[in-house]
Design a protein around this ligand. Structure first.
Ligand SMILES: C[S@@+](CC[C@H](N)C(=O)[O-])C[C@H]1O[C@@H](n2cnc3c(N)ncnc32)[C@H](O)[C@@H]1O
Length: 191
């Protein structure tokens, strides 16, 4: 397993390098329709990188982060409310978030279906989901997947098409943007 709990400083220093400008722009576009003080949950937030990028374009949203690794979350900015928890068991009431985000974290979840069920539970009807991940059909995606699995990670990587089909089965309508070997998902939930 990757020892995320001891890698906070590394991710805090270098983590932004895996986010190309185009991905940050997609995140800002994703947040644009939200009303002031909307609640946004970053799942597998690590050091709160997505909250930081989000805050750069929408300071007026309420950012909440969950991650099992406190050693990562201790680097989150003061405007982020942090909770030590896993995606598969979210410590929040049903219908409590306007948006959720997963930044290169979905492929680390042990049980993607449980995580998506929880995401659907905590999202409001019409709630939004943003995902940033690596396309497992690409050379880079495949290599990262193999490398992570050698380290004992679950390697739950998807092609954009496969993830779209999965999200649709949970009631999301899905838009995918391709960024070379990476992709972003913008999805809207109909409950
Ligand atoms: C590659 S890091 C990405 C962190 C952050 N989202 C970013 O973009 O910098 C993956 C994160 O997923 C977290 N993680 C692993 N398993 C998880 C789970 N079951 N539920 C939620 N987060 C998990 C790890 O602790 C780690 O912080």
């Amino acid at each position: 397993m990757i020892p995320f709990n001891h890698l906070g400083m590394v991710f805090n220093t270098f983590g932004s390098l895996v986010y190309p400008k185009s991905v940050r722009k997609s995140l800002c576009n994703f947040l644009t329709p939200l009303k002031t003080q909307s609640k946004v949950l970053d799942i597998g937030a690590g050091t709160g990188m997505l909250c930081k990028f989000g805050y750069a374009c929408r300071e007026d949203l309420a950012y909440v982060a969950v991650d099992p690794a406190e050693g990562m979350m201790k680097y989150a900015k003061a405007y982020v409310e942090t909770h030590r928890a896993s995606a598969e068991v979210l410590p929040f009431d049903a219908d409590s978030f306007d948006a959720t985000m997963m930044g290169e974290s979905l492929h680390h979840f042990r049980n993607v279906d449980e995580a998506l069920k929880e995401t659907v539970r905590v999202l409001k009807d019409g709630g939004r989901l943003f995902i940033y991940d690596f396309d497992v059909a690409s050379f880079m995606g495949k290599s990262i997947c193999k490398g992570e699995m050698l380290l004992g990670e679950p390697g739950n990587f998807f092609t954009p098409k496969a993830l779209q089909a999965k999200l649709e089965s949970y009631g999301f309508s899905v838009d995918i943007e391709i960024h070379g070997w990476r992709y972003t998902v913008e999805a809207i939930l109909e409950k």
